[in-house]
Design a protein around this ligand. Structure first.
Ligand code: HPA
Ligand SMILES: [Zn+2]
Length: 338
């Protein structure tokens, strides 16, 4: 491991872009399939992993939704969450804001309560085990209708005090943020934070809509915003946090190679970028693998990576006191590193 790899690996950091269903490792998928009497259309873990060869977002989503089918009980969701937090804690993640896709589960007949109660149990246990704090973000599937998103928000009502915000994920092209303007307004009126995937595959216009129509607090991906100089300047001026996912971008062919990854230009443009893993079980690595992949480009310095880690707390939905404490821990780490 290089000196820079050691530095980035040990940095205290928050993860702000993580789909919990995307942390379902093939081994756990097979274990849950056995536990629940489900037959997977793959002979073994190796055959499943070999299928993780994607040309675009939709290729991945098809396999990701299929994989989530093994999640049947609260215990399954709890085990899924705990497995993620164990990996995250090993990467010096001290706070995580995790997405879940309730419609993926309710649409196959599970009650809303099963996924959320299981995840909340896993989050509580992870905090007791590792001291890692976390928040939950409910994502609407954008390929489904506005009415279905409203129904999901209604189902979430009993748990609103344990949900930090709402997000927007799934197939981006053809499903612009504007489609969910009224649902996001309703979520904001309930005091929820707002985030949305935009500019991953979709054009800069979708990022404009996420800002102006959805009125997001944080932008997920946002890579294609760089194609629009006015938009880039605006994002910098407004201090908008971008949750960037390098290995995801590579696996989904959003970037041709890791060299010259847009995050380097984002920092140069003064954007508040962060590094995250998105769907680590599918994209070949957890958050530190993503930090190290960018470190290997040889462009960003220790100071840049410390900025990225600070950005992860500045962009979080933690209160000011917690952010100050977490940033002090980064400063201590940087000062003591040798
Ligand atoms: O990277 C992603 N993009 C859109 N939707 C998703 N759902 C899980 N991961 C993703
Ligand atoms: Zn994502």
């Amino acid at each position: 491991m290089t000196d820079l790899d050691r530095f980035v690996s040990g940095l205290p950091k928050a993860e702000l872009h993580l789909h919990i269903e995307g942390s379902l490792e093939p081994e756990l998928m097979f274990a849950l399939a056995t536990r629940n009497g489900i037959t997977l259309p793959y002979a073994d873990v190796e055959a499943l992993r070999a299928a993780y060869d994607f040309s675009n977002l939709q290729d991945f989503l098809d396999i990701y939704y299929q994989g989530a089918g093994v999640l049947q009980t609260e215990a399954d969701f709890r085990d899924l969450a705990l497995a993620y937090f164990d990996r995250a804690a090993a990467d010096h993640v001290t706070h995580a804001e995790i997405f879940f896709d309730p419609q993926t589960h309710t649409d196959r007949g599970l009650p809303f309560s099963v996924a959320i109660e299981g995840l909340l149990a896993g989050m509580a246990e992870a905090e007791a085990r590792h001291g890692i704090t976390s928040k939950l973000i409910l994502c609407f599937l954008r390929h489904l209708s506005e009415a279905e998103a409203f129904k999901t928000l209604e189902q979430a009502e009993p748990w609103l005090d344990r949900i930090a915000g709402v997000g927007l994920d799934s197939s981006e092209i053809g499903h612009p943020p504007e489609k969910f303007a009224r649902v996001f307004a309703a979520a904001a009126a309930k005091g929820l934070k707002l985030v949305a995937h935009a500019g991953e595959e979709g054009p800069p216009a979708y990022v404009h809509e996420a800002l102006d129509i959805l009125r997001i607090d944080r932008l997920d991906h946002g890579n294609r915003a760089l194609e629009d100089a006015v938009l880039t300047t605006r994002l910098a001026r407004e201090g908008m946090t971008l949750t960037v996912c390098p290995l995801s971008n590579l696996k989904l062919c959003v970037v041709p190679e890791m060299a010259g990854h847009p995050i380097e230009r984002m920092l140069g443009a003064g954007l508040r970028a962060t590094i995250n893993s998105d769907d680590p079980a599918y994209f070949g690595g957890y958050v530190n693998d993503n930090y190290r992949a960018i470190a290997a480009n040889g462009v960003l310095t220790k100071a840049d990576f410390a900025t990225l880690a600070r950005n992860s707390f500045l962009g979080s939905f933690l209160d000011d006191e917690a952010v100050t404490k977490q940033i002090a821990a980064i400063d201590d780490y940087v000062a003591a590193f040798q």
